[in-house]
Design a protein. Sequence first.
Length: 241
Amino acid sequence: MKHLLQIISVLTALMLCPVPSAYAAGYGQGKERDTQNCPVGARMFQEQYADAGAYALSEDPERIVLTFDQGYENGYTAQILDTLREKHVTAIFFLTGDYAKKEPALVRRMVAEGHMLGNHGMTHAAITALSFSDLEKEVMSLHSYVLQQYGVAMQYFRPPCGEYDAAALEKIRTLGYRTIFWSAAYEDWKTDDQPEPSAALRQLTDMAHGGAVYLLHSVSSTNAEILGDLIDTLRAKGYTV
């Protein structure tokens, strides 16, 4: 029964990623890499959509940015925050409305320790399936809630499931947001099938490139375990984290 309730909670919080519409694209950085180890797909995406305020890479070519998607709490965020504080690293935490409402202590800790809050949608809805008015409500209702409850005016948006189209990206830009995708990610969200820690560390390290934006999930026990070693290894390779 406990396992069933956990499954229901996860499905409710994440709303599940729907099948993309015929006019939507599902973002992925791809496997092909350039001579700087940067995914070609991420660079091409940024070149195509930067004018719409959408990015897959950091503007700082020496920096690696850590981001965490916060769909629901699985008991590892405090450990992740402990490691970030120990390593003097700030990250971006992309909140859903459900998380912002249910985890005020953790969100307040993120703010107090200098992290940025990002907008992952009030209901984690696929943005390409929404009318412009509904998209504005999806983004700005969470914006208003976080501003009122935590005193933070969010400026970065991450589309649920990485689904987007040009019209939605442009609409989000008009709402005063930059849309942030990623250039490094791996399968860390399956809580019942976690990556083996040493292999995960090696995989994430091998993805490193200047300007990388790492997409991580705080529900991952593996991420919580290896985060400190990942930061140390990336710094040893010469990156600012």
